[in-house]
Design a protein around this ligand. Structure first.
Ligand SMILES: [Fe+2]
Ligand SMILES: [Fe+2]
Length: 262
């Protein structure tokens, strides 16, 4: 039977597919870490209070990158280069979603509008991260090698999502509501396309590594396309709603360390 669980299991069981999976994950996480560190450095004077939370957000993502690399090392594997068509963060940036890397590489302070854009982009991508990690936690939360890592990252992604909701609601109350709604919609519609393309690319690479028969690859690709059709019709709406989270100030305080990993 082809299930999400058996698929993950198959990817974890093979060194080459596990290596590809962890390398893609580590690279996305560290790019997120870099982006957040730059945003924290360029926060406008009026929003100084947000800087420690953005720094913490970045530190968490960096930690996730190190955790995925540590999982590889534990199995005696080295990371591989990430194929360009699986680079979610870069593909989103190319679509003009979030803040341009050119801007983040500069020294010019960001505007409040830029901060709203960053939060809206994060609201959408953290929802994806939180859902993906929840799935991994469901299947592998008790796994002897991966369980702790998966539970820790999943908890962090839930924090990131809660923080985005809370801060966006604060900006909405301060009069940025229309800009937030417009940006969220733009981000969500672009994200579901990029997510589909990246999922298809990841599965194509995995299929080659694991030597999947054509019918199996075709069923998986059809499944990914069906998810997109659903998300384009209704699913995208879950990514643009704003609700005050139960966890308040989720990124207050310093990042929790993961000394056993990195
Ligand atoms: Fe992360
Ligand atoms: Fe995150």
């Amino acid at each position: 039977m082809l299930s999400a669980r058996s698929l993950f299991q198959e990817i974890l069981d093979n060194d080459d597919s596990f290596r590809l999976f962890c390398s893609i994950a580590a690279s996305g996480e560290s790019q997120g870490g870099w982006e957040n560190a730059r945003i924290a450095a360029l926060v406008p004077a009026d929003e100084r209070a947000l800087a420690p939370k953005i720094t913490r957000h970045g530190a968490d993502e960096d930690k996730h990158g190190r955790i995925f690399n540590a999982l590889l090392k534990k199995r005696g594997l080295r990371p591989v280069d990430v194929p360009a068509d699986t680079d979610y963060t870069m593909l989103l940036e190319r679509q003009g979603i979030g803040l341009a890397h050119e801007k983040l590489k500069g020294e010019e302070p960001l505007t409040v509008q830029d901060i709203v854009t960053y939060l809206a982009h994060s609201r959408v991508t953290e929802q994806r991260a939180s859902e993906e990690m929840e799935l991994l936690r469901k299947y592998f939360g008790d796994h002897p090698d991966l369980g702790r890592a998966v539970r820790m990252i999943s908890n962090d992604e839930d924090n990131h999502l809660a923080y985005c909701h809370e801060e966006l609601l604060r900006f909405a109350a301060a009069g940025h509501g229309r800009a937030i709604q417009r940006t969220l919609r733009e981000c969500a519609l672009a994200e579901i396309r990029v997510y589909r393309d990246v999922s298809l690319a990841v599965m194509a690479h995995m299929g080659r590594v694991l030597d999947w028969p054509r019918p199996k690859a075709a069923v998986l690709a059809a499944g990914i396309r069906a998810v997109y059709v659903y998300e384009r019709a209704v699913g995208w709406r879950r990514m643009v709603s704003l609700r005050m989270p139960e966890r308040r100030d989720a990124l207050g305080g310093p990042a929790t360390a993961a000394p056993e990993f990195a």
